[in-house]
Design a protein around this ligand. Structure first.
Ligand code: AMP
Ligand code: MG
Length: 289
């Protein structure tokens, strides 16, 4: 049995180092059941996650406190991109859910509404960006506009083809303005996806997650694979790199994305904002109030 004090050591490296997309990496070769960088088992993950959730929640509160107590306008944006059943919802519930909702700005991006269709594709994205001190969470994102849009020929290739560079410029500006971007591309195997979809059909409490169109999308996996490959190659930058997350084991993908968040927040070197009042004098005043 691993002692709780040793648990963070179950990572051989910061998960970032294993998961960051590198030139030459191929979507077709991703081992979706692997647990890169993690030495422990599922039972270790179950013990470790609550502890790391707490660390994440503390850092998130510090980020939020700084935007209130100082003129720090920094923010964080977590971009979750993946096919149906990859586990995006589970990250939102079990990882992001550990933090205080007050400082979270969650947005799920579906088929554009009539209003959204009147605007350029980045319009709805800009409106959903995290304010100062917040953690934004994108459940799907602007990358749908080079994924589903490419696979379904929703706009011609010369239109979606321009979007990779445009997205890079958009993200560079965000980073320059103080947003740390964490991009997680989540991959499940076709077998695991089938098992998860079939569970949705077997459980009345999961019907709401099932969409008959998911089966059609599944059949288009080869085209999606190509689109994901292009997305990773063309939009993984030094200022906003992609991370490739194997998602057949939910306990691993949750733990990995949790560590990416913690690593990013620790990189901000946050501390609690100092009192902007005289603590001693206030204690005295309160005692007599
Ligand atoms: P879900 O995440 O299961 O609620 O599904 C949302 C659906 O919206 C997915 O099938 C996405 O591919 C689709 N979607 C998201 N963004 C776009 C977009 N820009 N154009 C077309 N479909 C989209
Ligand atoms: Mg769905």
């Amino acid at each position: 049995m691993t002692s709780p004090a040793d648990l963070p050591k179950l990572w051989t490296h910061e998960p970032h180092e294993y998961l960051v997309f590198r030139d030459g990496d191929k979507v077709a070769n991703i081992d979706t059941s692997a647990t890169p960088g993690f030495k422990g088992k599922k039972s270790d993950a179950a013990e470790l996650q609550p502890e790391r959730n707490e660390r994440f929640a503390q850092l998130q509160e510090m980020l939020y406190a700084n935007s209130r107590g100082t003129d720090d306008t920094r923010s964080v944006l977590l971009v979750l991109q993946g096919m149906d059943t990859a586990g995006k919802g589970g990250i939102v519930k079990h990882v992001v859910g550990a933090a205080n909702p007050q400082g979270i700005r969650y947005t799920g991006f579906g088929v554009p509404t009539e209003e959204e269709r009147k605007h350029a594709y980045l319009w709805r994205i800009r409106r959903a960006l995290p304010p100062a001190g917040h953690i934004g969470v994108f459940d799907r994102s602007h990358f749908e506009d080079v994924l589903v849009v490419r696979v379904h020929n929703i706009v011609p290739p010369e239109v979606w083809g321009r979007r990779y560079d445009e997205i890079n410029r958009f993200e560079r500006k965000l980073v320059e303005d103080g947003t740390t971007i964490i991009k997680a591309a989540m991959f499940v195997s076709l077998d695991e996806q089938k098992a998860r979809l079939s569970e949705r059909l077997d459980r009345p409490d999961k019907y709401w997650k099932y969409n008959p169109a998911d089966v059609d999308e599944r059949l288009r996996w080869p085209a999606y694979q190509e689109a994901y490959q292009a997305m990773l190659e063309r939009t993984s930058t030094d200022y906003a790199p992609w991370h490739v997350i194997p998602c057949d084991r939910k306990w691993y993908s949750r733990l990995a994305i949790l560590e990416l968040l913690i690593e990013a927040l620790e990189g901000l070197n946050l501390s609690w904002p100092p009192a902007d009042f005289d603590v001693k004098a206030e204690k005295k005043r309160l005692a007599n109030a």
